[in-house]
Design a binder for this molecule. Structure first.
Ligand code: AMP
Length: 192
């Protein structure tokens, strides 16, 4: 069975945690663009040096850089039968680029899951994560900028995928296990 999923949601919605859990249960790789960027930053690659400036400011890494990285990742063997994309696409040009990557493989998305959360909850979660994980983009001004960028550039994707009949909305508030159960139930409805 193939399953190609996108997980959407604002910073702090719990995408990374849930993506890893859900991908394991479905048996597809979780592909997080944020994680790939962070690995490159840690390894001081050229991609990492480019990405870091944007990440530290709470801005998106330019589409052409991000798209090339995702195209490369999706062409690897383990992603052929399916994947769960966490943090991509995030802009309308990225949506179009993903469309053409999938078309080239004669494939299409099965569902786009939006994790919904309240903004106050997000800020406190992110500030908590800053202390636990020491992420350099989890400071208050950068968090605020990341939320703004999300609303400007990524929130419109919800409408685009809803228009295609692909959107599944899941309440991301509450305990991690509860949210995983909700996600699993919602995905079972679309055959995952
Ligand atoms: P995340 O771990 O998903 O919160 O991503 C951390 C940061 O990586 C974001 O704030 C962006 O700077 C960058 N990033 C991750 N995914 C993308 C994307 N699809 N497009 C542009 N920038 C991204």
């Amino acid at each position: 069975m193939t399953m190609r999923l996108v997980l959407l949601g604002p910073p702090g919605a719990g995408k990374g945690t849930q993506a890893a859990r859900i991908a394991e249960r479905i048996g597809v790789p979780a592909i997080s663009t944020g994680d790939i960027f962070r690995v490159n930053v840690a390894e001081r690659t050229e991609l990492g040096r480019t990405a870091q400036r944007y990440m530290d400011a709470g801005e998106y890494v330019p589409d052409e850089v991000t798209n090339a990285m995702v195209a490369d990742r999706l062409s690897q063997d383990d992603a052929r039968p399916g994947f769960l994309l966490d943090g991509y696409p995030r802009t309308e040009p990225q949506v179009r680029e993903l469309d053409s990557m999938l078309e080239a493989q004669d494939a299409s998305l099965d569902a786009v899951v939006e994790l919904t959360v309240e903004v106050d909850e997000i800020v406190s979660r992110l500030l908590g994560r800053a202390q636990e994980q020491g992420r350099t983009d989890d400071t208050e001004p950068v968090i605020r900028r990341r939320l703004e960028v999300y609303h400007e550039q990524t929130a419109p994707l919800v409408g685009i995928y809803a228009g295609r009949g692909l959107l599944v909305q899941v309440d991301g508030m509450g305990e991690i296990d509860e949210v995983t159960d909700r996600l699993q139930a919602a995905l079972a409805e679309v055959g995952a």
